[in-house]
Design a protein around this ligand. Structure first.
Ligand SMILES: CC(C)(COP(=O)(O)OP(=O)(O)OC[C@H]1O[C@@H](n2cnc3c(N)ncnc32)[C@H](O)[C@@H]1OP(=O)(O)O)[C@@H](O)C(=O)NCCC(=O)NCCS
Length: 228
Protein backbone atom coordinates (compact mmCIF):
# COMPACT_ATOMS: atom_id res chain seq x y z
CA UNK A 1 0.00 0.00 0.00
CA UNK A 2 1.28 3.49 -0.78
CA UNK A 3 1.32 5.44 2.46
CA UNK A 4 2.99 8.63 1.30
CA UNK A 5 2.81 10.90 -1.71
CA UNK A 6 5.30 10.33 -4.57
CA UNK A 7 8.65 11.97 -3.98
CA UNK A 8 10.83 14.14 -6.15
CA UNK A 9 14.56 13.52 -6.26
CA UNK A 10 16.83 16.56 -6.29
CA UNK A 11 20.43 16.56 -7.52
CA UNK A 12 22.76 18.88 -5.65
CA UNK A 13 26.48 19.49 -5.00
CA UNK A 14 28.04 17.27 -2.33
CA UNK A 15 29.17 19.06 0.81
CA UNK A 16 31.20 17.90 3.83
CA UNK A 17 27.92 17.61 5.75
CA UNK A 18 26.96 14.78 3.38
CA UNK A 19 29.99 12.63 4.13
CA UNK A 20 28.40 10.47 6.85
CA UNK A 21 25.64 9.38 4.50
CA UNK A 22 28.10 8.96 1.64
CA UNK A 23 30.12 6.55 3.79
CA UNK A 24 27.00 4.51 4.56
CA UNK A 25 26.28 4.13 0.86
CA UNK A 26 29.97 3.38 0.15
CA UNK A 27 29.94 0.54 2.65
CA UNK A 28 26.82 -1.08 1.23
CA UNK A 29 27.97 -0.61 -2.38
CA UNK A 30 31.67 -1.44 -2.60
CA UNK A 31 33.84 -4.26 -1.24
CA UNK A 32 36.69 -1.74 -0.94
CA UNK A 33 35.05 1.54 0.12
CA UNK A 34 37.12 4.67 -0.25
CA UNK A 35 38.55 5.58 3.17
CA UNK A 36 36.42 8.07 5.14
CA UNK A 37 38.77 11.01 4.59
CA UNK A 38 39.05 10.44 0.83
CA UNK A 39 35.86 12.34 0.04
CA UNK A 40 36.74 15.14 2.44
CA UNK A 41 40.11 15.50 0.76
CA UNK A 42 38.47 15.42 -2.68
CA UNK A 43 36.01 18.17 -1.68
CA UNK A 44 38.55 20.36 0.07
CA UNK A 45 41.77 19.85 -1.88
CA UNK A 46 41.13 18.56 -5.38
CA UNK A 47 40.23 21.40 -7.69
CA UNK A 48 39.67 18.95 -10.54
CA UNK A 49 36.99 17.13 -8.59
CA UNK A 50 33.22 17.57 -8.86
CA UNK A 51 30.92 15.58 -6.57
CA UNK A 52 27.15 15.54 -6.62
CA UNK A 53 24.43 13.89 -4.55
CA UNK A 54 20.82 12.87 -5.07
CA UNK A 55 18.49 13.77 -2.21
CA UNK A 56 14.95 13.05 -1.23
CA UNK A 57 14.11 15.73 1.33
CA UNK A 58 16.84 15.41 3.97
CA UNK A 59 17.89 11.90 2.93
CA UNK A 60 20.89 11.34 0.75
CA UNK A 61 20.06 8.50 -1.64
CA UNK A 62 22.97 8.52 -4.08
CA UNK A 63 26.13 10.24 -5.18
CA UNK A 64 28.59 10.47 -8.05
CA UNK A 65 31.81 12.23 -8.84
CA UNK A 66 34.26 13.01 -11.57
CA UNK A 67 37.60 14.63 -12.25
CA UNK A 68 37.87 17.13 -15.05
CA UNK A 69 41.14 16.17 -16.74
CA UNK A 70 41.71 18.95 -19.29
CA UNK A 71 39.03 18.06 -21.85
CA UNK A 72 38.13 14.64 -20.47
CA UNK A 73 35.67 13.98 -17.65
CA UNK A 74 36.73 10.93 -15.66
CA UNK A 75 33.91 9.49 -13.57
CA UNK A 76 35.48 8.38 -10.30
CA UNK A 77 32.63 7.11 -8.19
CA UNK A 78 28.94 6.38 -8.48
CA UNK A 79 26.47 4.70 -6.13
CA UNK A 80 22.81 4.69 -5.14
CA UNK A 81 21.52 3.56 -1.75
CA UNK A 82 20.51 -0.09 -2.10
CA UNK A 83 16.85 0.36 -1.18
CA UNK A 84 16.56 3.23 -3.68
CA UNK A 85 17.98 1.47 -6.74
CA UNK A 86 16.02 0.92 -9.97
CA UNK A 87 14.12 4.18 -9.49
CA UNK A 88 16.02 6.20 -12.10
CA UNK A 89 18.29 7.89 -9.55
CA UNK A 90 21.44 6.58 -11.24
CA UNK A 91 20.22 8.07 -14.51
CA UNK A 92 19.55 11.46 -12.90
CA UNK A 93 23.03 11.49 -11.42
CA UNK A 94 24.63 10.48 -14.71
CA UNK A 95 22.71 13.12 -16.64
CA UNK A 96 23.85 15.74 -14.12
CA UNK A 97 27.48 14.60 -14.38
CA UNK A 98 27.41 14.67 -18.19
CA UNK A 99 25.84 18.14 -18.15
CA UNK A 100 28.50 19.35 -15.76
CA UNK A 101 31.24 17.75 -17.85
CA UNK A 102 29.98 19.40 -21.02
CA UNK A 103 29.58 22.77 -19.34
CA UNK A 104 33.19 22.51 -18.12
CA UNK A 105 34.43 21.83 -21.65
CA UNK A 106 34.85 18.06 -21.58
CA UNK A 107 35.09 16.49 -25.03
CA UNK A 108 34.20 13.03 -23.71
CA UNK A 109 33.56 11.15 -20.49
CA UNK A 110 35.36 8.01 -19.39
CA UNK A 111 35.31 5.56 -16.46
CA UNK A 112 36.38 2.16 -15.16
CA UNK A 113 33.94 -0.59 -14.26
CA UNK A 114 34.22 -4.20 -13.23
CA UNK A 115 33.28 -6.68 -16.00
CA UNK A 116 31.06 -8.42 -13.39
CA UNK A 117 29.12 -5.23 -12.59
CA UNK A 118 26.24 -5.72 -14.99
CA UNK A 119 23.88 -3.05 -13.56
CA UNK A 120 26.53 -0.35 -13.92
CA UNK A 121 27.62 -1.56 -17.35
CA UNK A 122 24.01 -1.51 -18.57
CA UNK A 123 23.55 2.01 -17.24
CA UNK A 124 26.72 3.25 -18.90
CA UNK A 125 25.93 1.52 -22.20
CA UNK A 126 22.48 3.10 -22.16
CA UNK A 127 24.21 6.48 -21.95
CA UNK A 128 26.57 5.79 -24.86
CA UNK A 129 29.68 4.59 -23.05
CA UNK A 130 31.50 1.96 -25.11
CA UNK A 131 34.38 -0.32 -24.27
CA UNK A 132 37.73 1.18 -25.29
CA UNK A 133 40.19 -0.82 -23.22
CA UNK A 134 40.98 -3.03 -20.27
CA UNK A 135 43.19 -2.29 -17.26
CA UNK A 136 44.53 -5.69 -16.25
CA UNK A 137 44.11 -6.66 -12.56
CA UNK A 138 43.06 -3.11 -11.71
CA UNK A 139 41.03 -3.93 -8.59
CA UNK A 140 43.44 -4.85 -5.85
CA UNK A 141 40.97 -6.74 -3.62
CA UNK A 142 40.46 -9.56 -6.09
CA UNK A 143 42.62 -8.63 -9.09
CA UNK A 144 39.60 -8.29 -11.36
CA UNK A 145 40.31 -6.35 -14.55
CA UNK A 146 38.66 -2.99 -15.14
CA UNK A 147 36.85 -2.22 -18.35
CA UNK A 148 37.52 1.29 -19.60
CA UNK A 149 34.41 2.81 -21.15
CA UNK A 150 34.24 6.14 -22.97
CA UNK A 151 31.54 8.17 -24.66
CA UNK A 152 31.69 9.60 -28.13
CA UNK A 153 32.12 13.39 -28.36
CA UNK A 154 29.71 14.93 -25.86
CA UNK A 155 28.86 17.74 -28.27
CA UNK A 156 28.55 15.41 -31.27
CA UNK A 157 25.20 14.77 -32.88
CA UNK A 158 24.88 11.17 -31.71
CA UNK A 159 25.50 11.90 -28.04
CA UNK A 160 23.36 15.02 -28.08
CA UNK A 161 20.42 13.10 -29.56
CA UNK A 162 20.90 10.17 -27.19
CA UNK A 163 21.09 12.36 -24.11
CA UNK A 164 18.09 14.45 -25.18
CA UNK A 165 15.98 11.30 -25.65
CA UNK A 166 17.10 9.83 -22.32
CA UNK A 167 16.54 13.11 -20.50
CA UNK A 168 13.01 13.24 -21.87
CA UNK A 169 12.38 9.65 -20.77
CA UNK A 170 13.66 10.41 -17.26
CA UNK A 171 11.41 13.47 -17.09
CA UNK A 172 8.42 11.30 -18.03
CA UNK A 173 9.17 8.78 -15.28
CA UNK A 174 6.70 8.84 -12.42
CA UNK A 175 8.12 10.10 -9.15
CA UNK A 176 9.35 7.51 -6.66
CA UNK A 177 6.56 5.98 -4.57
CA UNK A 178 7.23 5.17 -0.95
CA UNK A 179 5.68 2.34 1.00
CA UNK A 180 4.70 2.14 4.65
CA UNK A 181 8.34 1.59 5.61
CA UNK A 182 9.32 4.92 4.04
CA UNK A 183 11.34 3.18 1.33
CA UNK A 184 10.62 3.06 -2.40
CA UNK A 185 8.21 0.45 -3.63
CA UNK A 186 10.16 -1.91 -5.86
CA UNK A 187 9.29 -2.11 -9.52
CA UNK A 188 9.51 -5.35 -11.49
CA UNK A 189 13.13 -6.32 -12.10
CA UNK A 190 14.37 -5.03 -8.78
CA UNK A 191 17.84 -5.22 -7.28
CA UNK A 192 16.83 -8.23 -5.20
CA UNK A 193 15.66 -10.07 -8.29
CA UNK A 194 18.82 -9.02 -10.11
CA UNK A 195 20.92 -10.30 -7.21
CA UNK A 196 19.13 -13.62 -7.41
CA UNK A 197 19.82 -13.75 -11.12
CA UNK A 198 23.53 -13.25 -10.69
CA UNK A 199 23.75 -15.77 -7.89
CA UNK A 200 22.01 -18.18 -10.19
CA UNK A 201 24.64 -17.53 -12.83
CA UNK A 202 22.60 -15.38 -15.18
CA UNK A 203 23.76 -12.00 -16.38
CA UNK A 204 22.06 -8.74 -15.46
CA UNK A 205 22.64 -8.74 -11.73
CA UNK A 206 24.57 -6.75 -9.17
CA UNK A 207 28.26 -7.41 -8.80
CA UNK A 208 29.69 -8.29 -5.43
CA UNK A 209 31.59 -5.10 -5.04
CA UNK A 210 30.58 -2.32 -7.41
CA UNK A 211 33.99 -1.28 -8.68
CA UNK A 212 34.83 2.13 -9.99
CA UNK A 213 38.03 4.16 -9.98
CA UNK A 214 40.55 3.21 -7.31
CA UNK A 215 40.63 5.48 -4.25
CA UNK A 216 42.10 8.95 -4.78
CA UNK A 217 45.29 8.33 -2.82
CA UNK A 218 46.56 6.07 -5.57
CA UNK A 219 47.69 7.11 -9.07
CA UNK A 220 45.30 9.28 -11.03
CA UNK A 221 43.54 7.99 -14.14
CA UNK A 222 45.89 9.62 -16.62
CA UNK A 223 48.97 7.97 -15.16
CA UNK A 224 50.96 4.94 -16.19
CA UNK A 225 48.28 2.46 -15.06
CA UNK A 226 46.25 3.48 -18.08
CA UNK A 227 46.09 0.76 -20.69
CA UNK A 228 44.38 0.55 -23.99
C1 LIG B 1 24.93 1.12 -10.84
C2 LIG B 1 23.93 1.91 -9.97
C3 LIG B 1 24.56 3.25 -9.58
C4 LIG B 1 22.65 2.14 -10.79
O1 LIG B 1 21.80 2.99 -10.02
P1 LIG B 1 20.20 2.94 -10.14
O2 LIG B 1 19.66 4.16 -9.51
O3 LIG B 1 19.70 1.63 -9.64
O4 LIG B 1 19.99 2.99 -11.72
P2 LIG B 1 18.67 3.43 -12.52
O5 LIG B 1 17.45 3.04 -11.78
O6 LIG B 1 18.83 4.87 -12.89
O7 LIG B 1 18.79 2.50 -13.81
C5 LIG B 1 19.22 3.00 -15.04
C6 LIG B 1 19.63 1.89 -15.96
O8 LIG B 1 20.74 1.17 -15.41
C7 LIG B 1 20.63 -0.21 -15.76
N1 LIG B 1 20.45 -0.99 -14.53
C8 LIG B 1 20.43 -0.48 -13.27
N2 LIG B 1 20.31 -1.50 -12.37
C9 LIG B 1 20.26 -2.64 -13.08
C10 LIG B 1 20.15 -4.02 -12.72
N3 LIG B 1 20.08 -4.41 -11.44
N4 LIG B 1 20.16 -4.94 -13.70
C11 LIG B 1 20.25 -4.57 -15.00
N5 LIG B 1 20.35 -3.27 -15.42
C12 LIG B 1 20.36 -2.32 -14.46
C13 LIG B 1 19.43 -0.33 -16.66
O9 LIG B 1 19.88 -0.09 -17.99
C14 LIG B 1 18.57 0.86 -16.21
O10 LIG B 1 17.70 1.32 -17.21
P3 LIG B 1 16.21 0.70 -17.30
O11 LIG B 1 15.51 1.13 -16.04
O12 LIG B 1 15.66 1.36 -18.54
O13 LIG B 1 16.37 -0.79 -17.40
C15 LIG B 1 23.54 1.07 -8.69
O14 LIG B 1 23.20 -0.24 -9.08
C16 LIG B 1 24.64 1.00 -7.64
O15 LIG B 1 24.76 1.87 -6.79
N6 LIG B 1 25.45 -0.09 -7.67
C17 LIG B 1 26.51 -0.27 -6.66
C18 LIG B 1 27.66 0.66 -6.86
C19 LIG B 1 28.24 0.56 -8.25
O16 LIG B 1 28.39 -0.52 -8.80
N7 LIG B 1 28.60 1.71 -8.83
C20 LIG B 1 29.16 1.79 -10.15
C21 LIG B 1 30.63 1.75 -10.08
S1 LIG B 1 31.36 1.77 -11.72
Amino acid sequence: MVARPPVAIVVDRMSVDDLGAVQEIERESFTTPWPPNAYRSELENNRLAHYIVARYEDRLVGFAGMWMMVDEAHITTFAVRKAWRRQGIGERLLLALLDLAKARGAREATLEVRPSNHPARRLYEKYGFALVGVRARYYTDDNEDALVMTTQALDGRQMRDRIAALRAAVARRPDVELGDDGLPIRRAGTEAQAQGAVEGGASGGESAGGGRAVAPDVPRPNDSRRSS
